[in-house]
Design a protein around this ligand. Structure first.
Ligand code: ZN
Length: 220
């Protein structure tokens, strides 16, 4: 198992430094740069970076490059994999990632779908990436992934994550829908029920200990 980052070093300093690939010549001053991992590199016990870069319906259909350019995004992917997803796999077995890293290019393509259901400025799927104006796409930082298990309903997964993991935001869409979970610098432990009303998803922020009661009462 790869060592996860210690709590104190979980997130990199909010400065931007030029990134080089591991294959670049070693003549560059090492302290001035941070390495960008390859998609094939392992980021945690059960996951490789590519698992987070090349998943989701639109990405699978279009096969876009969809690769982060900011080293902090890779660190954030690693943190989510180590702190939450590895633990879920250890407990329940393999999961399916249904949506994870979303570059500006992928977001543009998804927005062409009839019901895109993405919010890049809030959903943490862009990590620390910037838009074409040099502004961070999602100010929350951190990273999010959507996942489901082939036989364990998402309400059971959500209940377990809430009880056992250090998450930032958890969005619950229903027992048969993927669960959205993030880690991030705010560590806000925000739980949101996404209730469907008149064909639209309406967010409802709840207390952690209300989760089981509310999803049963609302038939989610
Ligand atoms: Zn999501």
């Amino acid at each position: 198992m790869l060592a996860c980052l210690s709590a104190g070093a979980r997130f990199l300093r909010p400065i931007r430094v030029p990134a080089i690939r591991a294959t670049d010549p070693p003549c560059l001053e090492p302290r001035a740069f941070m390495l960008i991992p390859s998609p094939d590199d392992r980021c945690s016990k059960h996951f490789h970076y590519r698992d987070f870069l090349f998943c989701g319906e639109t990405q699978n259909r279009l096969d876009l490059p969809n690769t982060p350019t900011d080293p902090q995004t890779y660190e954030a992917i690693k943190a989510l994999a180590c702190e939450i997803l590895d633990k879920v796999v250890d407990e329940f077995g393999d999961i399916e990632l249904t949506f994870a890293f979303c570059s500006a290019e992928l977001a543009k393509k998804i927005r062409k779908n009839p019901r895109p259901r993405i919010a890049p400025e809030r959903d943490q799927h862009a990590g620390y990436e910037q838009n074409s104006c040099g502004k961070q796409i999602c100010n929350r930082g951190g990273f999010a992934a959507d996942f489901r298990h082939p036989s364990v309903p998402s309400d059971q997964l959500a209940h377990w994550v809430i009880g056992k993991c250090a998450f930032d935001r958890l969005y619950y869409y229903g027992s048969s829908h993927p669960l959205h979970v993030s880690t991030g610098p705010n560590h806000s432990r925000t739980v949101v029920l996404m209730q469907e009303r008149d064909g639209r998803r309406v967010p409802r922020v709840i207390k952690e200990d209300q989760f089981n009661t509310l999803i049963n009462a609302d038939g989610l």
